[in-house]
Design a protein. Structure first.
Length: 103
């Protein structure tokens, strides 16, 4: 797992043809706004969240965020334990995101 600054995370994401964007916030938080093309996978769903992760392609690069960076950091750790090699946590999360948003 790598904790990346907003700028580095955005640059890597923009230039990555193998990227998947995951928002691990609740459905309510996601409904208030998100980064375009993000998939909502609520980390608070526990085992259901793990099942959703198991369905993902481990060869992809995953850019993960939450509100402030804590839950997404946990999600990246879980992903690493499951064999995902490229999971990138957005430091500061959506609350500090200055890039494009869908509201």
């Amino acid at each position: 797992m790598a904790d990346l600054t907003q700028e580095l995370w955005a640059d890597k994401l923009k230039n990555d043809d193998n990227a998947v964007l995951i928002d691990v916030r609740t459905e309510e938080e996601f409904g208030e706004g998100y980064i375009p093309n993000a998939i909502n996978m609520n980390i608070f769903k526990g085992q259901a969240f793990v099942y959703e992760l198991e369905a993902l392609d481990k060869s992809k690069n995953y850019y993960v965020y939450c509100r402030s960076g804590g839950r997404s950091g946990q999600a990246c750790e879980i992903m690493n334990q499951m064999g995902f090699e490229n999971a990138y946590n957005l430091m500061g999360g959506f609350s500090e995101w200055t890039g494009e948003k869908t509201i």
